[in-house]
Each structure stands twice: as C-alpha cells, then as structure tokens.
Design a protein around this ligand. Structure first.
Ligand code: AHR
Length: 315
C-alpha cells in the first residue's frame, strides 16, 4: 500500500475523531406525538439539529412522565452536553432536575412548564404565553356572539401547562360576560380520537347540542375529532356550533376553509432554533440567559384560511 494512502486514511480518521469530539450532544425528551402540532415541533427540532451538526438524542415519552424521567436519567448517564425537556405535566420534576444539576448538565424547558420552586434547576424555558392564547380565543368568541354563548370545552391533558393556562385565560375573559358560560368541560387529552369520543358524550348529554353555541377546544387536534362528532349529531360545525381552538395546524386551516371551524390561535412549533441558540451560547460561556423566552402567535379566522392552508400545506 502506498504511504500517501495510509497517511490520508489516518488523517481522515483523526479528522472524524476530532469532529465527533467537538460535536455537541443534546438529549431531548419530547411529550409524544399526540397532535399534528407536536409532530411539527419534533420534526423542526430534528431538522435544526442536523443543520447545526448537533448530535440529537431524541426520546418520545408517549405522553407518560415516567418515560421522560427515565430518558433524562439515561441522558445524564451518557454524559450529554445539554438536555431539553418538553414536559407532559408540570409536577414531579424536582428529583431528576437536581440530578442533572449535580451532573452539571444544563436543562432547557420547552413548551409546557415545570412546577419547581428552585428556578436554578433549569437554564431557561422557551414557550408561548398559554394564558394569552386562552384570552384571545375567548375574546374572539365573545365579539362574535356579542357575549351570549353556551360553551362546551375540551380540555388538554390534565396537569399540563397548556391546559391549565389556556383554561385560565379563557375563563378570565368569559367571566366578564354574564350571558356566557361553559356548560360542560372535560379532557380530550389533546388527541383527535379522544376529542371525538368526549364530544359525542357531551353532545348526548346536551340534547344533541341544541342550545349550545360554541366548542372551545384546547387544541386543533381535539377540535378536528369533535367536528366529526358534531356532524354525526346532525349539526353543521362552524355555523350551528362555532369552533374555536389553538395551534394552527394545516388540517385545521383546511377545516376553516371548508367552513367547519371558525378560529384558531397559532402556536409556534419552531422551538429548536431558539433552544439551540441558548445552549450553544451557554456552552461557550455566556451565562446571561433570560429565564423565560416567549413566542407569540396570531389568531386566524375563516377569512384567510384558504390562503394560509395553501402556504402551510405547501400547495
Ligand atoms: O403543549 C402544547 C400543546 O400540546 C399543543 O397545543 C397541543 O397540540 C399539544 O399536544
């Protein structure tokens, strides 16, 4: 074998070794894949990691906190450079966050929150203002119905920030309108299947929805399931019963363009880039990190739905 070939092989090996030694490794514990929004969020994190040459260890918790805790412990054992957690629920995080802190691994919280007194257990949280989303949805509905509305509510996962805060913001606005009230409220766990199932039961209990003016759903996915249930109950969603929600996924824009849904507050799924910016800066020694970085989204209605659907679905 020629000496030059041996040398170039050795050089390539050394280069690979030095590159992998330099690559940042980040563990990401994701809630699951319960909604179209969540899937876009996961895909965008993976694409951003690839673009930046970050080695991403991705773990799907299938909506179970115990799976998330296991994943985080495994990231710690593997000695990753940083950990990102999109928590299923708010409580129960203290022990594992302390373990990460003891191992000197910075943790970034994405989307939903963690309920811990000691805020030094994580570096920052990057999320939307869920309370404001609830307020916006409610205000749109109150304007549309001149404050006269009997509402059915589909809640998200019990104990999840997105459910707790959206409910809070929505109720805060509704409280100002004496002729409006939530007559039934139940969790649909943020999924389409459960949204349909729960809506069927609520419609049955409410005389097939007669007298109900609107459905308020904590996410588009449940709303899409509920729209099916409203149709099967012989009503026209979007007309006989208004539908307002949060997320802004392509399927929901399609439903609005078709006249089956009325409004949604957009939730930005692109949390990977700001998270990696913070982590990369921190690992380079920048310790000035904001404790909360918020993203915002507009409220969309049927008026621009077809146009927005075309943009989002890549049509
Ligand atoms: O935590 C954000 C929520 O979680 C989104 O609104 C929903 O679609 C997802 O499941």
């Amino acid at each position: 074998m020629k000496i030059s070939r041996v040398l170039s092989g050795a050089f390539a090996l050394a280069l690979c070794a030095s590159q992998s030694a330099l690559a940042t490794t980040i563990g990401f514990s994701q809630v699951g894949s319960e909604s179209g929004w969540r899937t876009s969020f996961s895909e965008s994190v993976k694409a951003e990691a690839e673009k930046r040459g970050i080695e991403l260890k991705f773990s799907d918790a299938q909506q179970k906190q115990e799976n998330q805790i296991k994943a985080v412990r495994s990231f710690i054992a593997q000695g990753v450079d940083a950990i990102m957690i999109a928590p299923v629920v708010e409580t129960g995080w203290k022990p594992v966050l302390r373990e990460a802190k003891r191992a000197r691994i910075p943790v970034v919280i994405l989307d939903r929150n963690v309920d811990v007194k000691n805020q030094s257990l994580f570096l920052t949280r990057i999320a939307s203002d869920f309370v404001e989303e609830g307020r916006r949805a409610a205000q749109w509905l109150m304007d549309e119905t001149e404050g006269n509305c009997k509402i059915l509510e589909l809640q998200g996962t019990v104990g999840a920030t997105a459910a707790i805060d959206r409910m809070k913001g929505f109720n805060e606005v509704i409280a100002k309108y004496p002729n409006s009230e939530i007559v039934r409220s139940q969790t649909g766990e943020f999924t389409r299947t459960k949204g349909k199932e729960v809506m069927e039961a609520m419609l049955k209990a409410e005389n097939s929805g007669k007298g109900i003016c609107a459905l308020w759903s904590h996410n588009d996915e449940m709303a899409l399931g509920a729209i099916q249930a409203i149709k099967e109950a012989g009503l026209k969603p979007g007309e006989d019963m208004l539908v307002v929600s949060v997320d802004g996924v392509p399927d929901y824009f399609k439903a609005m363009a078709d006249g089956d849904a009325n409004a949604t507050v957009e939730l930005n799924p692109h949390l990977g880039a700001p998270a990696f910016d913070v982590i990369e800066a921190y690992l380079k020694g920048d310790r000035k990190v904001e404790k909360l970085i918020t993203t915002t989204g507009d409220l969309f209605t049927q008026e621009t739905a077809a146009e927005e659907y075309a943009k989002r679905a890549g049509n």
